[in-house]
Design a binder for this molecule. Structure first.
Ligand code: FMN
Length: 222
């Protein structure tokens, strides 16, 4: 069982987000998972330029660090996504990574995976804006959401310890969800709707999005 944690704070060892992502990974490791923590801000990543080549050929034109990370994401069983709140959203690095995964939405490439989302903020409760965003994005990629947690930096040492413990517990649950192939019925309804929506979209763009058409065709549009 492989779980990748992605920390999108640029603050290295000072980052609260990184500490919480690590806590989730520690919890998962305690249940037997193999874990890896990626500092997204250390990677070289180009912006998506909307060329549509990934839709057509299944490969991005940019040869950068995201190629390797994307492969790791697609081969992982579980993901931990962590970002601070920067102006009511994820950091630019996290957004850049998400934009580069547009084909994962069209083909629902994270189907069968499980995600825990982590966020932090300066303002009280503002981390929830980021959790809502990440929960929505990861569901749209097809991944189950095991859970999410976050904290505001001003909440103090005790609250941070509590959130750290919650993050560790979420890591344990993440590993158990993966090994038991747990399903979340409400999320399954959403996946069914999404698959239909994106299959219809790919059919509409059949002549340009050739790789995506072939992908769904191979799955018999299921
Ligand atoms: C450029 C920038 C924008 C920010 N915007 C917000 C914001 O809109 N709302 C908020 O609550 N905190 C905001 N913050 C504060 C961070 O979310 C907060 O310090 C967070 O805990 C940092 O996480 P880290 O320790 O993992 O780096 C911002 C910080 C920076 C540097």
């Amino acid at each position: 069982m492989k779980i990748i944690g992605i920390n999108a704070s640029p603050r290295g060892s000072k980052s609260q987000t990184k500490k919480l992502v690590k806590a989730v990974l520690d919890g998962a490791r305690s249940q037997g998972a193999t874990v890896e923590l990626v500092d997204l801000c250390r990677l070289k990543m180009e912006y998506c330029n909307a060329c549509g080549i990934c839709y057509e050929r299944g490969k991005c034109v940019h040869k950068d660090d995201l190629q390797t990370l994307y492969k790791k994401i697609l081969s992982a069983d579980g993901l931990v996504m962590g970002s601070p709140n920067y102006f009511h959203s994820v950091t630019a690095q996290m957004k850049t990574m998400i934009d580069r995964m547009a084909d994962a939405v069209h083909c629902q490439l994270l189907t069968g995976k499980y995600t825990v989302n982590i966020a932090t903020s300066g303002g009280p409760g503002h981390y929830k804006q980021v959790l809502d965003y990440l929960n929505e994005i990861m569901l749209n990629f097809g991944s189950f959401i095991t859970g999410s947690t976050g904290i505001s930096a001003r909440e103090g040492v005790k609250a941070l310890a509590n959130t750290g413990a919650k993050a560790f517990r979420l890591g344990e649950i993440l590993a158990n969800d993966i090994s038991k192939k747990k399903t979340y019925s409400k999320q399954n309804i959403r996946f069914k709707e999404n698959r239909k929506y994106f299959q219809d979209l790919v059919k509409l763009n059949k002549n340009e999005w050739t790789n995506e058409y072939k992908y769904w065709d191979k799955l018999n549009w299921k």
